[in-house]
Structure formats: C-alpha cells, structure tokens
Ligand binder design. Structure first.
Ligand code: SAH
Length: 263
C-alpha cells in the first residue's frame, strides 16, 4: 500500500534537510529507497508495533533524516553494529547512504530483526545483516575468573564471535548512557568508536557514564557532537568515545545487575 507518493516524499525529505540546515547530498537511488522504506514501515506497522511514529512526515524526520546524521562520524569501510535497532534505525538509512559500510542490526525481538532482514532484501541493501539476541548475552564470558590478566583478554575475545569485533557500535533510544555502554562497548574492537545518539535533555548522562566508560576500557570523557547548528527544541547530540583497552571479562554482567547497579 502507498501511504505517500514518490514526489511528495522527495519534497518532505528535502524540506527536512532545509529545516535543520543540513546539506542534502542524496542520490536519485537513495530518494527512491527512502520512499520505499517509509511506505513499508507504515504498512508493516499496521500489523505489528514497530514504531510509535505513524505518519510519513514523522518517519521522514524522526527515523530517516535522524539516522543519516551520524554518517559522517563513521570511517570508510567500517563494520558497524547497531544495538537495539528496532525497526532498523539507524541501520537501514545508514546502509542506504553508506554502501561502503557493513552494517549489522541487533535486536532482542525476532519480529523486528525479521522485519529489518526482509526490508533490506526488498530495498536491495545487501550490506545489512541481522542478529537476534540480547546484547549482554551475546558478549558475556562464561564464568569469568576473579583475576584475569589483561593479556588473556584477547584470547577470551577470540573465543566469542561478537566480543571485540566491530569497528563502530552505534545505538539510538535504547537505554541511559551508563547502561548502554555496558551493552555496547564489549562488542567494540580496541581503537573502535562508540556513538550514542542522544538528545540535549540527556546531556547529564555523559558525566554520569564516565565511570562506566572507564571500567569498560573507553576514553571516559565523551566528545559531545551537535549534528546541526540550528537551535530547535528537540536538539540532537551524539556522545562519541573510543576504546583504549580490552573490556574486562566480568563485563557485561547479567541484565538485572546492569539495570539495578549501573556502573
Ligand atoms: N534504535 C531504534 C529502536 C529503539 S527501541 C530506534 O531508535 O528507533 C529499543 C530497542 O532495543 C527495542 O527494539 C528493543 O527490543 C531493543 N533492546 C532493548 N534492550 C536490548 C538488549 N539488551 N539487547 C538487544 N536489544 C535490546
């Protein structure tokens, strides 16, 4: 079913770039993919709950445009993990504008990962793959010894297909920064980049997560990046940090511990 035609969709997408004073560098092919992405999301959303956003305008601004914004922070050819991808955001728009990236979308809900997988196929995005599972379970080390030498951590990571294996880990709207860090950082290679997509109102989380970032092996002070310069109510911020050292084997903990006692 078509909720919005191609021409109206192009107009709205262009208007969103103008609203935020961001230069639109999308190709014809990208406009076409985004038009199909919006219609498919709205159609599938009627069958099961993928997003609370229910209008083409909302999908364009809050899902598509928003997801493209971190593209310039991601190095060429990176293997990117999107933790808690939901309806495929930011994975699907990022894969559209950056065909050089290899993107893996992770979510704990199977209907969501199935949706992302089938949508990527329909849209011809062959740089997207999915994993269904809980972030903290995929990277957990079984029975970590109390004292483990730092040099042994590389061997431990090698035994796990996900630990320390992505160049970039990104997440939007999944958890507060300290909790999110414990879910995300174990997936990251040493030298890799962690990008949390946040809003102005979550600025205090940057300070609150310094201890968590330190314990997990990251530079503890996030760089705060504003993706555009106009002042709007819903101001977006990216918290960006990088990994200096392998994550100790005791992290991530079980989810109830992460929730109950954030690092
Ligand atoms: N990133 C998307 C979805 C945000 S909703 C967006 O911005 O639109 C949060 C998503 O994270 C949900 O789909 C939920 O299933 C997933 N999620 C929450 N905790 C998770 C965990 N521990 N491991 C994997 N996925 C998780």
């Amino acid at each position: 079913m078509e909720f919005i035609n191609r021409q109206d969709h192009d107009t709205l997408l262009r208007a969103t770039f103008e609203k935020y004073k961001v230069k639109c560098e999308l190709s014809e092919r990208m406009f076409d993919i985004f038009h199909k992405m919006t219609n498919r999301l709205l159609e599938e959303n009627e069958k099961y709950n993928l997003t609370a956003v229910r209008t083409p305008e909302g999908v364009i601004e809050h899902h598509i445009f928003d997801s493209i914004l971190p593209a310039s922070l991601i190095p060429e050819g990176a293997h990117v993990l999107d933790v808690g991808s939901g309806g495929g955001f930011p994975s699907l728009p990022l894969a559209t504008v950056r065909p050089d990236l290899k993107i893996t979308a992770l979510d704990s809900t199977e209907k969501k990962t199935e949706y992302i997988k089938s949508t990527a196929e329909i849209l011809g995005l062959n740089n997207v793959s999915v994993i269904c599972g809980r972030a903290e379970e995929l990277t957990a080390v079984e029975k970590p010894a109390e004292r483990i030498k730092h040099s042994e951590l590389t061997a431990i990571a090698k035994q796990n297909p996900y630990r320390e294996s992505f160049d970039v880990v990104i997440a939007r709207s999944v958890a507060s920064m300290a909790t999110l860090s414990e879910l995300c950082v174990p997936f990251l290679k040493v030298g890799g980049k962690f990008i949390a997509m946040k809003a102005e109102k979550a600025l205090h989380e940057a300070k609150e997560s310094e201890n968590a970032l330190y314990l997990l092996g990251c530079v503890q002070k996030c760089e705060i990046i504003k993706p555009y310069t106009v002042d709007l109510e819903s101001d977006k911020l990216f918290f960006v940090t990088s990994k200096r050292l392998a994550t100790p084997a005791k992290y991530p903990r079980r989810y109830n511990q992460i929730k109950k006692k954030p690092l």
